[in-house]
Every structure is written in structure tokens, then in C-alpha cells.
Design a protein around this ligand. Structure first.
Ligand SMILES: [Mn+2]
Length: 480
């Protein structure tokens, strides 16, 4: 369906697109009961947003900051993808889940001693306008009731204005903005030299998670655990159904939508040798007893904190000896990686600890014949043939969180208390890899947990999701 205003503008002619007659327009104005929203409360996150904005303000004294939520992403014609706001916008406003709408913008306007935050939104289209029935993007009869500016101000604890005022507000003023997410902002803002710095700052701001954030991460991990339980229960159906990987994907997606906002990223449901394709999200393969299935999936909560968990499960419920042998090598590599997570340690030490175990295992199996020191020389690194990816990344409101931090703060940086990251070594033996005995070919294994750096090491948020082969077999048996 097209809305009538758009139809008028484009001259599109469809029987259901006729412009409203004057009589109809008048008719639509009357006969509506008032529907005030009462009991609007503030989510816990709002108090954290006050502190987050104070930190942002202190770093950009006198600079107008523009943080858009981003526009809709078109799928085809007039259908869009499910909306998800820019992470920085959510982080600084507290707008969450279904309350997020396209084209909202947070402006931090310089004021005495700091900034005044102003949230610009497409508010409720009230019954005294025609928008409530003509505007298919924001109208209440098309997309549901939204907050009025007053209601949003109560909900988020800041000044709220209509986004229709934004262009005039920003015109001819220099502002540091996050660019590439909102056409109006990109067209209107007069570029400020500190815009690039803003991109980095809002990413780095999330490197250290506070107690609230760690609690959200735990909730995301716990919901993901339940999603993995759902997948195990669905495995018999996956085996019985062509393209059974889709049964697995769908089982997890159900949990993500029921308990959370969405998936934190596209699920990898990789059965058999598909596990050797690192970003296998075609998920169109059959699921066969006797194979392993690698499931890499995470629930994103309404607060947008996401888990990122991988387990590799025997579809029949029991590992074969070859599967178990390779699995145990990855298991030990992961234990070594987790043991390396502590404050003051280098971020890259996690990678090195896991890879050292994997390389030694490959030597012990007779696959690699050089010494461990030779293999681990960055100029050599032959073990990477079977483990191409890094072992760790930051995790939070984005699955690859803090991606705009500088190398010295992240990749080449030092671990600090409150950092939240994954530990996820893997071993992938391609089906045509003649360097491995035949019984190992086509096996791909990854074990991924989400940990938080603590004073004396780390807390594994996903410790309760079984890791050891014996625990996995017991877990699967308990759900059958
Ligand atoms: Mn990951």
C-alpha cells in the first residue's frame, strides 16, 4: 500500500490511493476519544545516559554534536528491513527496542558549562493533523502510536522536539556529526574539524562496561543459552527436514525475537563441513546424524546488548573419537585463551595463548613438523591454515563493539577491568585437506564464550553453557 500523500506527490494512480476528499479530511478529524498515555516511567538506562552524556560533553566543550539514529534501510520498493538505530544514538539517549524509530537525532547543543541534550523525533501524529492516516512512514494508523514530544521527554529525561525543526536548528552552524546515517544531517550540517574524533570517541566510550552493562550482557548470554536449548530440542526435526540448517536457524531466531530485540548478528548454523566456511550463513544444508553442527548465534536484548556464543554439537548427541580428539584440542586452546584474560595483559595475548595450544596440538598430531617457536613466529604462522581468524573481539551493544577505537586502545592495547570480549578459538579441516588423515577432514570446531575482565582475571558470562564433550553429551541427552 502507498499512502495518499505520497500518491499525490508521485502522481501514482491506484484505486486505493485516491486523495482524501475535503469531506473525508474533515470527517477524519472528529469523533476520536482522547488517549493520553499515563504512568510513563524511565528505564534504568536513563540515569546511565546522564553520566554518558556528561562524559561526552566534557570531551567536546563548545562543540555542537549531532548523533543520528539513522534512516530506514530499504529492502525493496516500499518495504524496509527491521529498524535498528545507530548504537551511539541508543547509548546516549536510552531509546530501546520497539521505541526506536528512523530519523531521530540527538543534538548536544553547547551551553554554559556543558551541553543541552535535545532529542529530535518524529512524534505521535495527533488526530488534529492528517498525518495520522496519510503518512505511511510515521502515521499512527500505519505504524502505531508513538510518544508525543512531551511523553518522550518524560520517558528519556531530556528535551524533545519534532524532527521537522531540525534542519532550521542546524542550518549554518558548525557541528561535529556522525555522517553517513541520516541524509538530512549530512546535507545540513556544516562540517566541524572534530567530526572524526567524535566517531572514535563514541566507540571508545563503550570499551569499559559498568555494572549495568555487565548485567545486560549476562541477560543476553542467558537468553542465548535458552536459544541453544531450543536448537538442541529442534535437532531431530532438523535431521528430518531438507535444508535442516534452516530449522536450526529458525529455532534460535524465535528465541531472539521472543526474549530480545533481534539477533545480534546473522546466525551461523553450519552442519558437517559447512563449519569449515567461517561465515556460513547460507544455512541451507542438510543436518545429518554423525556430523557436528557449529552454531554461532547471539540474542540482542531490547537494550541492544548482545551475546556472541559458539558451540559445536554432535547432531546424534554423541561425539565420534575423531570429533572428540579435535574438539579437545580446541577446548584446551580456549581454556588457555580464557586464562590469558586479565587486567594489564595485552589484548593480543589471548590470541597468542590459544594459537600456541593449537599449534602444539598440530605438532603432536604430526600434521606440522616445525618447532613450536618456528611456527609461532609471525612471519611463519603455518598453523593458521586451520584457524584463519582472531580469537577475540570486544562485545557489547555491537557484536564487534568499539570497532572505531584506535589500534593502541584495542588491538594493540592492554586489557582493563570491565572490558567485555569473546574468546573463540577454532580449528577447521577442509574436506579436501590432504595434510590431515581422512577421518578428520570436513570437521570444523569453534568454542566461543563471552567474558568480562575482572580485578583478578575474568568472569565467564557463559560458563553455564556446557563446554566439555561429556557435559555437552549430558546436556543434549537431558533435552531429548
Ligand atoms: Mn565472535
Amino acid at each position: 500500500m502507498e499512502n495518499s500523500d505520497k500518491a499525490l506527490n508521485t502522481g501514482a494512480k491506484r484505486v486505493y490511493d485516491v486523495a482524501p476528499s475535503e469531506m473525508f479530511a474533515e470527517f477524519m478529524k472528529s469523533g476520536w476519544a482522547p488517549t493520553p498515555l499515563t504512568g510513563i516511567t524511565q528505564d534504568e538506562v536513563v540515569s546511565h545516559c546522564v553520566r554518558r552524556r556528561a562524559e561526552l560533553s566534557a570531551a567536546f566543550t563548545g562543540v555542537r554534536l549531532v548523533i543520528p539514529s539513522g534512516g530506514p534501510k530499504q529492502r525493496s520498493n516500499d518495504t524496509d528491513y527491521l529498524y535498528r538505530p545507530h548504537t551511539a544514538f541508543a547509548y546516549y539517549t536510552g531509546v530501546q527496542g520497539v521505541e526506536a524509530h528512523p530519523d531521530s537525532v540527538l543534538v548536544m547543543d553547547p551551553a554554559d558549562g556543558g551541553h543541552t541534550p535535545i532529542l529530535f523525533i518524529n512524534p505521535r501524529s495527533t488526530r488534529d493533523t492528517s498525518a495520522f492516516y496519510t503518512d505511511a512512514k510515521n502515521g499512527e494508523l500505519w505504524v502505531g502510536r508513538r510518544f508525543t514530544t512531551d511523553e518522550a521527554a518524560q520517558r528519556y529525561g531530556i528535551e524533545v522536539r519534532e524532527v521537522a525543526e531540525l534542519q532550521k536548528f542546524l542550518k549554518n552552524k558548525k557541528s561535529a556529526a556522525l555522517h553517513g546515517f541520516d541524509e538530512l544531517v549530512d546535507e545540513t550540517v556544516k562540517e566541524h574539524p572534530r567530526a572524526a574524533e567524535l566517531v572514535e570517541f563514541v566507540s571508545v566510550a563503550r570499551l569499559i562496561k559498568d555494572e549495568y552493562e555487565v548485567a545486560e550482557m549476562q541477560k543476553a548470554v542467558d537468553a542465548t543459552h535458552r536459544g541453544f536449548n531450543d536448537v538442541i530440542r529442534a535437532l531431530p526435526a532438523a535431521v528430518a527436514t531438507p535444508r535442516g540448517e534452516r530449522v536450526v536457524e529458525a529455532a534460535f531466531f524465535g528465541r531472539a525475537r521472543i526474549e530480545g530485540n533481534d539477533l545480534g548478528y546473522n546466525t551461523i548454523a553450519a552442519s558437517g563441513s559447512h563449519a569449515c566456511v567461517l561465515h556460513w550463513n547460507r544455512n541451507d544444508g542438510d543436518v545429518r546424524n554423525g556430523d557436528l553442527i557449529l552454531l554461532d548465534a547471539g540474542v540482542e536484548l531490547d537494550s541492544y546488548y548482545t551475546a556472541d556464543i559458539t558451540r559445536t554439537l554432535p547432531i546424534s548427541g554423541k561425539f565420534t573419537p575423531a570429533q572428540r580428539a579435535l574438539y579437545m584440542l580446541v577446548y584446551e586452546a580456549q581454556k588457555a585463551g580464557i586464562a590469558a584474560v586479565k587486567p594489564g595483559e595485552k589484548f593480543l595475548s589471548i590470541n597468542r595463548a590459544s594459537h600456541t595450544v593449537l599449534a602444539q596440538g598440530l605438532i603432536d598430531m604430526g600434521i606440522l613438523t616445525m618447532s613450536l617457536d618456528e611456527i609461532m613466529d609471525p612471519a611463519v604462522g603455518l598453523h593458521k591454515r586451520w584457524t584463519l581468524h582472531g580469537v577475540s573481539h570486544m562485545l557489547g551493544m555491537d557484536v564487534h563493539d568499539c570497532a572505531h577505537a584506535r589500534a593502541e586502545q584495542y588491538r594493540d592495547g592492554i586489557l582493563e577491568v570491565g572490558m567485555c570480549l569473546t574468546v573463540e578459538p577454532g580449528l577447521y579441516i577442509q574436506p579436501d585437506d590432504e595434510l590431515f588423515p581422512a577421518e578428520y577432514r570436513g570437521i570444523g570446531i569453534r568454542i566461543e564464550d563471552d567474558v568480562v575482565v575482572t580485578e583478578d582475571g575474568c568472569l565467564n558470562l557463559s560458563e553455564h553453557i556446557p563446554h566439555h564433550p561429556d557435559e555437552i553429551e549430558a546436556w543434549m541427552a537431558s533435552l531429548r
